[in-house]
Ligand binder design. Structure first.
Ligand code: FHN
Length: 450
């Protein structure tokens, strides 16, 4: 009897849960595209790419140095103690003869990505566009005269991707008053406000006025930023962006320690995946290997299947996955990255409807290794059941009454799947023979009766 009531309770809670009940808000909502996009490309590319993790015979990580343990390649100037003048002279060597904006954006598009974010300026302070505010920019390289960001923006428009810029508003290792890592002796006359007014705010203004981005990706990551990026400066920057653009989204890492209410979406820490549903739209910035920028000795490539599981699992919690690629100094994308993008794109080709514009399913417990997304199509509730691991008995159980289900198919092929009512667990879905699967995640499409 007790069992009967708990099953009844489960059926009832499903009816009351958010399954398919959330109709997307108005499309006038400027964050709407972000809430539906789920998958984007992040690119870290700049002078650090010329070094690719090695300087003067040392390769990161170099534990003989006091702060050499960490090994993101874009941090090489600090981690391997490259003298500022030596580092800045790399501008003369930044000559990406194989760079082709359309090649990059086509790879993103074919992978199923809906937006693109590139480091317009990382912590080293180098601007990837011809900036009127600073001479430490693309015009100091052999690319003088080329508008790299403009070419990427045009390609994004051509292929229908939203686009945005990473801008390091806090750390700036070139401007004498920009923030530097905590372990460096403080600079003589620390006047962050000077940097803020002279470089940070004007460059953000330039980026918006010149390229009209859909989002800006600011970067802080812990308490270390809290004195310099205090609420007054955070709000000043937000006001500037709002004044110049009606559409530009702002991420939470503008002030990770205290993002406030005005940001548009939350940014997780690097490669971090929340366990809970969150109040605001959100995304995880993630790497394919360890580093963000290209590192010749980083062989820690995640598999495409693993990254698809992150993507789908984020989607099941209402979040996006911003997956990074670190192009080589000549402008080519590393082949292991390209292969993974294509593998992910192959899966997305037949499964993307279970990812884009889906909603989390709150209050419905799925089996271990199974996650759920849902959407409403013509007033019909569709439940997507993502089977992330092999199942010993080749079945999936769902706490749903069988008579509420109109049809259940394997999403990729349309093959109808057998359903049986399971007395204790609700619905038992029989998967086709294991041999017929070769993809990382199998998705079952469950159409509920109207
Ligand atoms: O220090 C940066 C790092 O280089 C990289 O840009 C990441 C991307 O999320 N953000 C900072 C560390 O969290």
């Amino acid at each position: 009897m007790k069992k009967f009531f708990s099953v009844l309770l489960l059926f009832f809670s499903l009816q009351q849960s958010s399954v398919g009940q959330q109709v997307p808000e108005s499309v006038d909502d400027k964050v709407q595209w972000f809430k539906e996009a789920r998958f984007g490309m992040f690119v870290h590319w700049g002078l650090y790419s010329v070094l690719g993790g090695t300087y003067n015979g040392r390769t990161m990580p170099d534990t003989t140095l006091p702060n050499g343990k960490s090994w993101y390649a874009e941090w090489i100037q600090q981690r391997l103690e490259v003298p500022d003048a030596v580092y800045q002279a790399l501008a003369k060597q930044f000559n990406p003869i194989r760079f082709n904006a359309e090649d990059w954006i086509r790879e993103a598009k074919n992978a199923g990505m809906k937006y693109f974010v590139i480091t317009a300026k990382h912590h080293d302070g180098f601007a990837l566009w011809d900036s009127k505010v600073s001479d430490y920019d693309i015009a100091a390289t052999p690319l003088k005269g080329r508008d790299i960001l403009g070419e990427l923006v045009d390609a994004c428009k051509k292929y229908g991707l939203k686009y945005g810029f990473y801008y390091s508003h806090w750390q700036d290792w070139e401007h004498p008053q920009g923030a530097i890592p905590y372990w460096k002796p403080a600079r003589e006359s620390r006047d962050f406000e000077k940097y803020w007014k002279e470089k940070s705010l004007p460059q953000v203004q330039e980026l918006i006025e010149r390229y009209d981005p859909d989002l800006l990706w600011f970067d802080t990551w812990d308490e270390e930023a809290k004195d310099l990026i205090n609420p007054a400066r955070r709000d000043e920057l937000i006001s500037l962006v709002r004044k110049l653009s009606k559409k530009c989204l702002i991420n939470g890492r503008i002030a990770m320690h205290n993002p406030g209410e005005e940001i548009d979406f939350l940014e997780m820490m690097d490669n971090s995946y929340p366990k809970e549903l969150l109040e605001k739209p959100w995304q995880t910035p993630a790497t394919m290997n360890h580093t963000w920028a290209w590192h010749r000795g980083d062989f820690n490539w995640k598999s495409a299947g693993q990254m698809l599981r992150y993507l789908v699992s984020n989607a099941s919690k209402g979040g996006n996955y911003l997956l990074n690629v670190g192009p080589k100094p000549d402008g080519a994308l590393p082949l292991p990255a390209v292969r993974r993008l294509r593998e992910m794109g192959a899966w997305m080709l037949t499964h993307s409807e279970a990812v884009y514009a889906t909603q989390p399913v709150d209050g419905l417990e799925a089996d271990k290794g199974v996650v759920l997304t849902q959407k409403n199509v013509n007033n019909q509730r569709i439940l997507y059941v993502h089977v992330m691991e092999e199942r010993a008995d080749n079945t999936v159980k769902l706490p749903i009454a069988a008579d509420k289900v109109q049809r259940c198919q394997l999403l990729e092929t349309g093959e109808e799947l057998g359903l049986t009512e399971d007395g204790t667990a609700g619905l038992m879905i029989q998967l086709p023979a294991k041999a017929s699967f070769d993809s990382a995640i199998r998705v079952l499409k469950v159409e509920m009766k109207k």
